[in-house]
Ligand binder design. Structure first.
Ligand SMILES: [Mn+2]
Length: 233
């Protein structure tokens, strides 16, 4: 049994599959997907459909899933004269914002699904958790997509609002918890000062695992048991 974490797949189905092959994931293992499965790359929906069939894959929400959920209720409804008349400015704005972060490819794929497949995707997105905590080999980990906005040491994880966990990059110079590692994605390591581009970055009890799959980089994966890193390509 081993515990793995990946994040920021961004529609890179082939990269995802190549890492699964490398780690030889079995049903005894746990795999946490730390957000941003969809958008930018074209195969986000295909990855979600794969994930939902795997009982040992645990999804954590990223800002892209959050944005997708906001638009799906709106775009999946049947267009009627009445529904067109009641389109709100907010609904339209959510769609434009989602397109701006690379969501159009995901919406295109969503529209090609049957009604039933669409429902399955919408139901599955509701299973994404805001964060996970896990102990492996005597080490403790907090797995969260972006960071801990408005952090204080006293604040409990349950007290963070969802938006505080999904959007704001963590401060990699700060040790948040002396006795826990913070495993995050969201910021490609090529954009982190002092990190090697597209390699998993370790510093100050941070483990940053977004290896830039959404920007021509690769999918990164860490095994928490021994900190061994795996990469696509
Ligand atoms: Mn993100």
């Amino acid at each position: 049994m081993a515990v793995y974490v990946m994040s920021d797949l961004h529609g890179n189905y082939d990269g995802f599959m190549s890492v699964l092959k490398k780690i030889n994931l079995t049903f005894d293992d746990y795999l946490f997907i730390n957000g941003d499965v969809v958008d930018r790359g074209v195969d986000g929906i295909k990855i979600l459909q794969y994930m939902m069939m795997q009982p040992n894959i645990y999804p954590i929400m990223g800002n892209h899933e959050y944005a997708l959920m906001k638009v799906l209720d709106f775009v999946s409804q049947e267009l009627t004269k009445e529904s067109l008349e009641t389109v709100s400015v907010e609904d339209m704005q959510n769609v434009f914002e989602y397109q701006n972060i690379g969501g159009q490819v995901t919406l295109n794929a969503f529209h090609r699904l049957t009604r039933e497949e669409q429902q399955d995707i919408m139901e599955y997105l509701k299973e994404f958790t805001p964060y996970e905590e896990i102990s492996v080999n005597g080490k403790d980990f907090v797995i969260v997509h972006a960071g801990l906005a408005n952090f204080t040491k006293e604040r409990k994880l349950d007290d963070y609002q969802l938006f505080e966990l999904l959007f704001e990059a963590p401060d990699y110079e700060t040790v948040y918890y002396k006795d826990k590692y913070l495993v995050t994605g969201h910021v490609p390591t090529r954009a982190i000062e002092g990190a090697k581009p597209d390699e998993i970055y370790f510093a100050n009890n941070h483990i940053a695992i977004d290896c830039g799959s959404g920007f021509g980089g690769r999918v990164g994966c860490i095994r928490l048991d021994d900190f061994k890193c795996f990469y696509s390509k």
